[in-house]
Design a protein around this ligand. Structure first.
Ligand code: A3P
Length: 327
């Protein structure tokens, strides 16, 4: 539903009328705002959160491009930060998995998007009573972040992903969101749009580069991580994340298998099989299961032609040239 055009304020409507517009991947249009493409309903959330969100030093903000592992990162952050109140034991060693909030709530409900949930539909909620650390997420690029995020010492984590895998994931996702009468968007059409930058919160390359540079400039408050690295060395990176968030694992916790338990609870296999994620829906209307597909590295190789891969790699080379960033 958040990709549909509906119910936007006049204020937003007059802004939208000044923006470049292109056909989106679902059925609505995308509008280019501050260099990046958004559906109208999301755009209204963007503007409201830019105006109203007041970050705190203790906030944790999870930032991603769509389909780069946001759901996974949210699950991990929520469990790590709340592990004293909600023990994450599960799997081989666990026995209280029924009690953990992640069992009955999709991670997007536990860690809300600022522009898609907190400030959507003209809402300006009072967030001052929320206990610290507050956990939020956003798909906004650096230049569009609410100023207070940049001005406070809040902890920003960016999870990036190989553009090819992110593209294939987004293509599948868009097709799941399209109503049956709309047909599918073809791989070729989506590819052309993605390469031109016309994708949800695209241009993809500019988004990831904005956070790469931001993390280099602000190493103490911005943590840049790749989906692929988290997949390959989950324990190493989860420990680094916990430290960054100010709640490092103690030796005792490590010896008691807490890190493994958290990784197990948040693993694709466990998370995607909870009833809530098989049959539930987000309050914004998407099926929770749309956020779980394969959870693998390199799946794009099963879809892209040699020419497409070549084009992707050329764009990456050009865009990331001299930045030190690669996938
Ligand atoms: P694929 O479509 O390649 O499978 P987002 O959460 O940003 O929307 O990203 C969705 C992508 O992350 C999907 O990738 C999804 O399968 C994958 N994903 C979801 N949960 C995951 C988990 N617990 N571990 C690893 N990958 C996960």
């Amino acid at each position: 539903k958040y990709l549909e055009e509906d119910d936007i304020t006049q204020d937003c409507e007059s802004l939208i009328s000044t923006l470049a517009k292109d056909q989106g991947w679902v059925l609505s249009h995308l509008y280019q705002y501050q260099g990046f493409w958004h559906p109208s309903r999301q755009l209204e959330g963007v503007i409201t959160c830019q105006r109203h969100f007041q970050a705190r030093d203790t906030d944790i903000i999870l930032t991603t491009s769509p389909k780069c592992g946001t759901t996974w990162l949210k699950a991990l952050a929520y469990v790590v930060v709340n592990r004293k109140t909600n023990t994450p034991t599960i799997g081989a060693t666990g026995n209280n998995k029924q009690n953990h909030p992640l069992v009955t709530n999709n991670p997007h409900e536990l860690v809300p998007f600022l522009e898609l949930k907190v400030y959507v539909d003209h809402q300006v909620p009072d967030l001052t009573q929320m206990p610290s650390p507050r956990l939020f997420s956003t798909h906004l690029p650096v230049d569009s972040l609410p100023l207070s995020i940049k001005e406070t010492g809040c902890k920003v984590v960016y999870l990036g992903r190989d553009p090819k895998d992110a593209f294939i994931s987004l293509w599948h996702f868009a097709n799941k969101l399209r109503p049956p009468h709309g047909g599918k968007i073809s791989l070729e059409e989506a590819f052309d749009k993605f390469c031109k930058g016309v994708s949800l919160c695209g241009p993809f390359w500019d988004h990831v580069l904005s956070y790469w540079n931001y993390s280099l400039d602000n190493p103490n408050t911005v943590f840049f991580l790749k989906y692929e690295d988290l997949k390959h060395q989950p324990k190493l990176h989860l420990k680094k994340l916990a430290e960054f968030w100010g709640c490092p694992f103690s030796l005792e916790e490590e010896n008691n298998g807490v890190v493994d338990d958290i990784l197990s609870l948040c693993s694709f296999e466990i998370l995607s099989n909870f009833e809530v994620n098989k049959f539930g829906k987000l309050s914004s209307g998407e099926d929770n299961k749309a956020f779980f597909r394969k959870g693998q590295v390199g799946d794009s190789a099963n879809y892209l032609t040699k020419e497409m891969i070549h084009k992707f790699d050329q764009i990456s080379l050009t865009k990331f040239h001299l930045s030190g960033l690669n996938f």
